[in-house]
Design a protein around this ligand. Structure first.
Ligand SMILES: [Mn+2]
Length: 286
């Protein structure tokens, strides 16, 4: 098993600050299967033969953090079973004060992650990077489709504030739901005027890799041109003012990523979010 530039250790019994969990599931993907293979592909792309453990802002994830790999969950195609397993593992990690780093999987896995966190944190905010708002009430008759998790999260009252950033595939119904739940949408077309993002409550980050332009992340099931560069996403992360309590990286489809470009982008994004979590937690100057 590989290693996030040497930062990732196999010692789950020791105290840790970050815990990697793979959720190899694409049962709620509405078009092309493949994201179930992403946890392995992302680990492989993170090898220290390619990269080191330092973030751009000077955090050495190998020396300054204890980051353990809890492995991949053993899952069937049963979404209810997945929800129970994911929520309880996330609750266990978060109750130790550690940050779960969740590798999807399709986006349906974010609902049980947030449920698990909400058992530990009384209130939390969510920053959701995505080309799509994932605010359908249901898709093709399925309320738990990967196109629905943020409707469910808001319906269940799991987030005090939801900010969606980079969205550019928004239908009228989504805008109505955004108004209903007081969701802030920073649409891709308006991104240039964004300065920085500040959050009042502990922050969960859900990062759908398709927020990046297909030029930067071609290995996705639902490519939506006109997206962020990897650089823009990293800059947003570097300017976050929040206590980061968890993150997921979802929707990498290794079947469409033969050169590993998308998996490499995923590794970079995860490491920069982790570095920002360290900086914010210890109030380190940039
Ligand atoms: Mn998406």
């Amino acid at each position: 098993m590989t290693d996030f530039g040497g930062a990732l250790k196999k010692q789950p019994r020791a105290p840790y600050e970050f815990a990697l969990v793979g959720v190899p599931f694409d049962g709620k993907e509405s078009y092309l299967k493949g994201p179930r293979k992403a946890p392995q592909a992302i680990r492989e792309a993170s090898t220290s033969l390619i990269l080191n453990a330092w973030t751009e802002l000077g955090v050495d994830l190998e020396e300054e953090t204890r980051f353990v790999d809890l492995g991949d969950l053993k899952l069937s195609d049963d979404y209810n079973e997945l929800c129970a397993k994911v929520a309880s593992l996330v609750e266990e990690v978060a109750s130790k004060g550690a940050v779960p780093v969740i590798l999807g999987g399709d986006h349906s896995i974010s609902l049980p992650v947030v449920r698990g966190l909400s058992r530990v944190y009384e209130q939390l905010d969510i920053l959701h990077f995505d080309a799509h708002p994932d605010l359908y009430v249901e898709l093709y008759g399925d309320r738990y489709s990967h196109a629905c998790p943020f409707y469910r999260i808001m319906e269940e009252g799991l987030a005090a504030q939801l900010v969606q950033i980079g969205v550019r595939a928004v239908i009228g119904e989504h805008r109505e739901h955004a108004r209903q739940f007081k969701i802030r949408m920073v649409e891709m077309k308006d991104l240039a005027s964004l300065e920085y993002l500040e959050f009042e409550h502990p922050l969960y980050i859900s990062f759908d890799i398709d927020v990046l332009d297909p030029a930067f992340a071609p290995g996705v099931s639902h490519p939506e041109p006109g997206g962020m560069t990897t650089r823009q996403a990293i800059d947003i992360i570097h300017h976050l003012q929040a206590e980061i309590i968890g993150l997921d990286l979802v929707e990498v489809n290794p079947e469409k990523d033969p050169l590993g470009i998308t998996a490499a982008a995923a590794v970079k994004i995860i490491m920069e979010i982790m570095g920002q979590a360290v900086i914010q937690k210890h109030h380190r100057p940039r």
